[in-house]
Design a protein around this ligand. Structure first.
Ligand code: TMP
Length: 239
């Protein structure tokens, strides 16, 4: 696989063209941002951990019947993925109240929800990714009605799969954010699933093991990412 010209650089990843117009290479950075880029930092080793963890989880998710953009892991930080047109929605699934849900609705962090919830944000940095609903998404033609139904179905399937995988590692899946893309007209899972995009609490102690350690200045950020990777059997440093 030939790494070509850089197509795009985001907050956490760079994207490169390849000789195959249907395939891109994503390269995960150690850069961390929060609050729409207002807080900036570095989490040493994060790029490799997020790359390997995403690939590990995407392969399981694919086996369970949700199509993904995963093609092939190239090295610690880089992966070949299907080139998609990203649906401009941040899809958030929650099992336990936390973060913006707790703040907006006055529900204490840690309160279990009686069933998983789903919400959409319009992926637009200038507007700060505002919360919308599926009617907004349809009216603004961000996605078709049938795409929205597929996204909802896949998002809850991903939740069921991730809950089990993280529980095996002694972690409770509080909530997560995923993104989808269109590949030759089909909706597939894209972007990443990592401690950057999930809230993961230790089953025993309740300790936060995810990017909230960076967002909230809780310390031991690198250690938490390494511990999550270790528990999931993800090894780093094997090119
Ligand atoms: P929230 O409670 O801040 O809305 O976050 C919900 C989940 O989504 C949490 O697991 C963190 C993740 N998330 C992202 O991955 N990217 C983002 O830009 C935001 C705001 C949240």
């Amino acid at each position: 696989m030939q790494k070509g010209e850089q197509l795009y650089e985001g907050k956490a990843k760079k994207v490169f063209l390849t000789e195959n117009p249907d395939v891109l290479i994503v390269s995960y950075k150690d850069d961390a941002t929060a609050f729409n880029g207002q807080k900036k930092g570095t989490i040493v080793g994060k790029g490799a951990i997020n790359n390997r963890m995403t690939n590990h989880l995407f392969q399981i998710i694919e086996e369970e019947g949700v199509p993904t953009h995963y093609v092939q892991e190239l090295n610690d930080r880089e992966t070949a993925v299907r080139r998609v047109e990203i649906v401009p929605l941040e899809v958030i699934v929650r099992n336990i109240a936390a973060g913006s849900f707790s703040k907006r609705l006055g529900v204490p962090e840690g309160q279990e929800l009686s069933e998983p919830t789903i919400e959409f944000s319009y992926k637009n940095d200038k507007l700060g990714d505002p919360l919308i609903n599926s009617y907004f998404a349809r009216a603004l033609k961000l996605a078709t009605p049938s795409e929205i139904e597929t996204i909802k179905k896949y998002a809850f399937m991903v939740n069921d799969i991730l809950k089990i995988e993280y529980l095996k590692a002694g972690l409770q899946l509080v909530d997560f954010k995923i993104e989808f893309g269109r590949f030759h007209g089909k909706i597939i899972l894209a972007d990443e699933i990592s401690p950057d995009t999930c809230r993961l609490w230790d089953v025993e102690s309740g300790e936060k093991m995810d990017k909230d350690r960076f967002r909230r200045d809780l310390g031991n950020v690198e250690e938490a990412y390494i511990e999550v990777a270790r528990r999931m059997g993800i090894t780093i440093g094997e090119e």
